[in-house]
Design a protein around this ligand. Sequence first.
Ligand code: AMP
Length: 393
Amino acid sequence: MLPSCEDLQLENKRVFLRVDFNVPLDKEGKISDDSRMKASLPTIKYLMQKGAKLIVASHLGRPKGQVNPKFSLLPVAEHLAKLLDREVIFPDAGLGDGLRKLASELEPNQLILLENLRFDPGEEANDVDFARKLANLCDVYINDAFGTMHRSHASTVGMLAFVQEKAAGFLVQKEVKFLSQLLNEPPRPFVAILGGAKVSDKIAVIENFLKKVDVLLIGGAMAYTFLAAQGQRVGISLVESDKFHQARKMLEKARVKGIPLVLPSDHVVAKSLDEASEKRTTLGQEITGEWMGVDIGPKTLEDFKNHLYGAKTIFWNGPVGAFEIPSFARGSVQLAKMISESNAMSVIGGGDSLAAVKVAGVADKMTHLSTGGGASLEFLEGKKLPGLVALES
Ligand code: AMP
């Protein structure tokens, strides 16, 4: 069982809260999307309400164990202060005695945000000394960083050996609840839609889903590997020819189990992945000549709609076209709308699918928007996430 932060006595305790504030920054170093920060606000506010003394920690980007101002959490600290409307202490010193003293002198409701954990090579190496130093800052450990649960790092796994009390924050609890439901007891029929660029990223999820779903819809560039593996002509579409064997294996597994694995029956094709490129819609499944599939066509949308109709659970990860390019985004946006119009429990994962849901204006109609990225996919592959195992043991 995953312990919850609600089960702990928090008043006057120094609480180390691992969050995922790995936000995207624009060229000027400003936060371009603060969803990940907002996702952990309920946990932060709850802990403060309970009189905890908070030491919040995150990584940002890939500084590779070196101090690098480009990856400083300073803009995150400033933005957090605004979101919470209170002071955020942002110490610039490393994990030495100074910081320990600062943490021990915190008052209830005060909050420190540590500098980027990955400035120290000990974080990603899960170094014991670094883990012990982190643990020495606190009485209680809470993890609300679902997006890093698949990593065995000092702040997600190592330090837990040195703290007495540990629990999951609300974001982690929510992710685990919905993703577990997909794997264990999804209301049926359960329809999954997988898209995106590469079969290789999702092959393990497809394999696990063939044991769980009633229908599997596949779109995006990934579909061309499946079509080409069956001997279909796909023009100059993106394919992973080294994955033909696995694609055929999945198609065969689906056939044996009687699970419809639905591929696009028509496509929007273009000469290149360029907004200005000439484009057209194919009449059937074949793509000939120097054309590449860039989006699913209207017939496929209709097919997908028929499968989604009556679904009780829908999971979607990965756009069904080159969504970032507005003229190839229609399929993904329409799909988002179709899902929102269903009465199913809907779980959406992956940055591009979440963006499509936002562009379609239907984010609030989905049951759960999973911010977990790679961690969500590993969970859905059926793997045990080290960060969760450490919390549960
Ligand atoms: P993923 O990170 O695997 O979910 O893949 C997302 C990427 O897949 C996005 O950058 C999309 O532009 C890309 N993508 C989806 N469909 C296609 C396609 N038909 N051709 C090229 N890229 C695509």
